[in-house]
Structure formats: C-alpha cells, structure tokens
Design a protein around this ligand. Structure first.
Ligand SMILES: C[S@@+](CC[C@H](N)C(=O)[O-])C[C@H]1O[C@@H](n2cnc3c(N)ncnc32)[C@H](O)[C@@H]1O
Length: 323
C-alpha cells in the first residue's frame, strides 16, 4: 500500500499505513507519536551504530547511582521481600537510533546541533556520520576527554566538538545553531559528579531556576525558524515517591524562552524482564513500571520555514511568507 493511503482509527483520526518508505536515507521509523525502541528494526539499527564502537556509557567515574523512589522497580521488589535494597547501579546511555531518527527528521544536512548537557559521545558521533555539525557542552572533564577520544576514532570529517564547562557560562559563546538537542539531568535521579554546578546536585528550587536559565540561553543561540528537542521523563521525589512533573517543567522552560511545543512523542524503551517485577512492585506500592520517556520537540519561529529548510537545504528561502 502506498504511504499516502490512510485509514482512520476508532476516533476517526487518520492513521498512516503502508510501507515505511518515507525516509530516503533508509532508516525505517514511522513518524508517529509512539516511537517503539523494542521493534526489531530499531534494535537492529541501534546495534549497527554500536558496532562502530560508540560507547555512550563510557566517561563516568564509577557508575551512577539511583536510589529510593527514583530507582527502578528492582529496588521496590527487594524491599517488598524484606531484603535490604541494594542501591541501584546503572548508567543511562543515549540511543543512537533515536538520535539518527531525530536528526533526519528535524535537522538540515550540514546544520549545527547545540547540546547543553552533552553526556556521552552518541549525539556528537551520530551528527558527524549523518553529515551534521555538533557542539556539545559538558561539565565533567573525564567525559569530555572520553568523547573526544571516541570522536577522533569514529567520526568522519565533520568532527564533533565538545567543550568542558558549565552550560550557563559556555552558552553565550556557543555557535549559532540549527537544532537544540539534549537529554538533561532529571533532577537528582542520577548523580553525575559532586560539582555544585552540576544540576543533579541542586535543590529542587535551584534546579528549576538554573535549568530554565540554561534553556533560555540555549534558545538564544538557536537561529529563527528552527526546531529543538529535549528527551526527558518524569521521575519520582526521593522522599515521597510522588512524581515530579519534569515533562511539564521542560515545556514551561521552553515556553518562557518563547519556543512552542510542536511535537510530542512517547519513546517506548526496553526494560529487561520488567513484566514480572512490575506486577510484584505494583502490588507493594501501586507504582506502575515506567517504560517510556518523552520526546519533546519545540519550534522557534515558523515551522513551515523550518520544514522547508530540512527538505530543501539549498532552496528554502523562496517560500512566500505567511499572509
Ligand atoms: C542526562 S545526562 C547525560 C546522560 C545521558 N543519558 C547521555 O546522553 O549520555 C546529563 C549530563 O549533564 C551534565 N551536566 C550537569 N550539569 C551541567 C551543567 N551545569 N553544565 C553542563 N553539563 C552539565 C552531566 O555531567 C551529565 O553528563
């Protein structure tokens, strides 16, 4: 069936059908509001990227800790059984297949991506290998060192750039960008360092203020008629176990910087052997096993202009302005 044919869902909304052929570069993900990383195609693509030697999880001193209600349901399961829960030890590495998808959808070839919380090497290396420039800011020197090492080894001619420092200080001197892209610290869910400028060490109030200011300074560097994307998730307060609404906080921060929420997709993530543990944990505390993140896409200026710039990188300017 051709891609243009549509069916309607229960509510009469059009649902795109047909072969997943919309992407001329050949990465097969349907542009819908659910991005399912569990699908075979997705996992295959992720492995292809990883086979290049990208190791987004390298660069951390030791491993990160997630404890208390912020932790995964392993933690609750141990508690329920009366065992002393081990602090959760895990490290989040960014998904290269998601990165590739978002670059192809929202960034013109040759454009520059600005990332105020760079973390690992993934977003930089994928930028280079898909023909985009990348400028990442990262507070931890050991992470920047590791990223630069991987960048030299793997990336193509458009070498990714990482600078070490506090995003608050570095952003005013960052280059003008065609896309903002980041995965910020989710409050204190993962602690990255003991540097007081590290957002993951801040109180709830300071975090909110500094996060907003970083978003504002990053948005200042974004050229008009361009997209921005932050991948975020809600997380639980350590003491109460209640959710802190980080998704809304991120939307409010971009709104305060005069960008508009334009797309919002749910990223379904893989969690090994979740279902058994989820039901046990749910019985103990009514907490649903969290298997998704939120992909928030914002627009600065005009989305039609931004789209044409991506579709026709050479010739978008002849688009007549809206009446
Ligand atoms: C969500 S994490 C990165 C982990 C992530 N999954 C990734 O993409 O690799 C966010 C990063 O922000 C960095 N960070 C925290 N506060 C910062 C600040 N004020 N300026 C720059 N980077 C900061 C942390 O060191 C951490 O590497």
């Amino acid at each position: 069936m051709a891609q243009t044919e549509v069916a309607t869902d229960l509510f009469g909304q059009p649902v795109p059908l047909g072969p997943r052929s919309f992407d001329p570069d050949g990465f097969l993900v349907e542009p819908t509001t659910v991005l399912n990383t569990r699908e075979g195609d997705w996992q295959k693509r992720k492995k292809e990227w990883e086979s290049l030697g990208i190791k987004g999880e390298l660069g951390r001193k030791g491993r990160l800790t997630m404890t208390g209600p912020a932790a995964s349901i392993n933690y609750y399961y141990a508690k329920e059984k009366g065992e002393a829960p081990e602090p959760e030890k895990s490290t989040s590495a960014f998904d290269p297949a998601l990165t590739e998808t978002l670059y192809r959808w929202y960034v013109p070839r040759g454009g520059l991506i600005l990332d105020p919380f760079a973390g690992g090497s993934v977003r930089g290396i994928v930028a280079s290998l898909t023909g985009r420039h990348y400028f990442g800011i990262e507070l931890r020197p050991e992470q920047v060192e590791e990223n630069l090492r991987q960048g030299l080894e793997i990336a193509g001619d458009l070498k990714p750039v990482w600078v070490q420092g506090d995003a608050l200080d570095c952003l005013p001197n960052a280059p003008e960008a065609d896309f903002l892209f980041s995965c910020p610290p989710y409050g204190d869910l993962e602690q990255y360092s003991d540097d007081p400028r590290d957002l993951s060490n801040m109180t709830v109030d300071s975090f909110r203020d500094v996060y907003r200011e970083i978003v504002r300074r990053a948005a200042d560097r974004l050229r008009p008629d361009r997209f921005a994307c932050f991948v975020v998730g809600d997380y639980r307060d350590r003491k109460t176990g209640n959710y802190r609404n980080f998704v809304s906080e991120t939307i409010a921060a971009f709104r305060a910087a005069d960008l508009h929420l334009y797309d919002h997709a749910i990223l379904v993530v893989q969690v090994a052997s979740l279902s058994m543990r989820a039901s046990r944990a749910f019985r103990a505390n009514r907490k649903l096993g969290k298997v998704h993140q939120n992909v928030l896409v914002f627009i600065k200026g005009d989305a039609d202009q931004a789209t044409r710039r991506i579709n026709y990188p050479e010739g978008h300017l002849w688009l007549a302005p809206k009446q």
